[in-house]
Design a protein around this ligand. Structure first.
Ligand SMILES: Cc1ncc(COP(=O)(O)O)c(C=O)c1O
Ligand SMILES: [Zn+2]
Length: 414
């Protein structure tokens, strides 16, 4: 395997040392654009697609394209998730990459396994994150795996189940009043103590730790492999900072350069604020702030400004952004659970609502091959507004009472 030798700005290609994973590009910042960095590897020739090892049964199968060897990985068996056919979203059959099968029940394990492994390898004293949700839960689990302390700075009102999940791994979870406070405190700890940040911690956000983002390349590798190296026409996913979006784009781009695949899927960002949608219509690199009057029920992706890295991935793949309302998410979540047996977090439902909308508008054409990324499990946020956990009916223990209750309450008649 080849080890990365540097970081570089994804916008202007300015090189940075490997330990600049906690910075934005200064040159682009002077230009008014907050741009993330990305790992660069020395040229190692064209890898052989047919020589990919069959093991381990995790994303570390792709170790030669990741920053560390599988033998140095803090792993819980993440990745290699199934692809499942689903109907009912206005487009015949679509394929669903079910990331809720990951160890902490979300796609964030792909980032966390790589980021925490790197932190361990450089001797970082602690993992730190300002994530309110799945990224924090994943960081907490992998920190536990690595035997490192994990500090999560969150705010009051973060999803209860996910906070409990973080605590269950032993993470130290603290709430501070506002987003800016979280970032300020984290920034000071990163500078003073060398805590390893896995999430963004200054604004305007650039995205998460670029070493962790490498883990998302494996989503692209797996999708290509599961498609017999004929990538789908579309890959659709819910987007917040665009970490997975950019990582997937990078993975597909590598495979095109290696001659493994012939085309880049069009990437679609299903978003809440409309920031990326506005950016795609403008000439500006930096997506604008789009304020909202109320919080979205999709807390995991509820930000008011997209990132440059997300915008770049959309443009470079000929993709687009779709803005969704709470009603769209509730409808898609319910339809997926009752119609296909897949219970997803509200944020994840955004990808399916986007398929519905793009098919109805004839943007996605009949016959197109569509992959939606199911990013996290429904168990994460039962109980958010309008997604109440449905209770059971009390019934007397005899068949007549059971049949009567089924008829009266569920309209089911035998
Ligand atoms: C369930 C879920 N889906 C999608 C996202 C979007 O993540 P990203 O930052 O990769 O755009 C997140 C996290 O922010 C999430 O928790
Ligand atoms: Zn730059």
């Amino acid at each position: 395997m080849t080890h990365p030798d540097s970081l570089e700005c994804i916008r202007c290609r300015e090189p940075y040392p490997l330990d600049a994973y906690d910075r934005l590009c200064a040159a682009c910042a002077a230009d008014g654009v907050s741009s993330n960095l990305s790992l660069r590897y020395p040229d190692a020739g064209v890898p052989d697609r047919d020589a990919l090892p069959g093991s381990p049964n995790s994303l570390w199968r792709y170790e030669q394209f990741l920053p560390l060897a599988a033998s140095d990985a803090m792993t819980l068996g993440e990745g290699m998730t199934p692809m499942i056919a689903v109907e009912g979203f206005g487009h015949g059959s679509i394929r669903v990459k079910d990331e809720s099968r990951n160890p902490t029940w979300s796609f964030k394990d792909r980032l966390a396994t790589v980021a925490v492994s790197w932190a361990k390898s450089i001797g970082a004293p602690a993992i730190a994150t300002s994530s309110t949700g799945n990224a924090g839960a994943a960081a907490a689990a992998y920190a536990a795996r690595a035997g490192l302390p994990c500090v999560v700075l969150t705010y009051k009102g973060a999803a209860g189940a996910i906070v409990s999940q973080m605590r269950s791994y032993g993470a130290m979870v603290l709430t501070v009043p506002a987003m800016d406070d979280r970032w300020r405190v984290l920034s000071a700890a990163v500078q003073q103590f060398g805590w390893f940040p896995t999430s963004p911690f200054f604004g305007p956000a650039i995205g998460s730790n670029p070493i962790g983002i490498e883990g998302y390349k494996t989503l692209a590798y797996e999708i290509a492999e599961q498609s017999d190296w004929n990538p789908p026409d579309w890959c659709i996913l819910p987007v917040c900072y665009g970490d997975a979006l950019y990582g997937m784009w990078k993975g597909f781009d590598e495979m095109i350069r290696w001659g493994w695949i012939k085309k880049m899927p069009r990437l679609v960002a299903a978003e809440i604020s409309g920031s990326l949608t506005a950016a795609m219509e403008s000439r500006n690199d930096m997506p604008p702030v789009v304020s909202r009057n109320s919080k979205s029920i999709a807390g995991s992706i509820d930000v008011t400004q997209g990132t440059f890295q997300a915008h770049a991935a959309l443009r470079q793949s000929g993709g687009m952004a779709i803005t969704l309302a709470d009603d769209d998410l509730v409808r898609a979540r319910n339809k997926l659970a009752t119609g296909s047996g897949l219970s997803v977090e509200t944020a994840s439902a955004a990808a399916f609502a986007a398929v519905d909308m793009l098919s109805a508008n004839d943007v996605i054409k009949p016959g197109d091959d569509v992959v939606a990324i199911l990013t996290a499990s429904g168990l994460k946020d039962f109980g958010v507004a309008r997604i109440e956990p449905l209770g059971a009916m009390d019934v007397a223990p005899d068949l007549d009472s059971v049949l009567r209750a089924l008829g009266e309450h569920y309209d089911y008649h035998v």
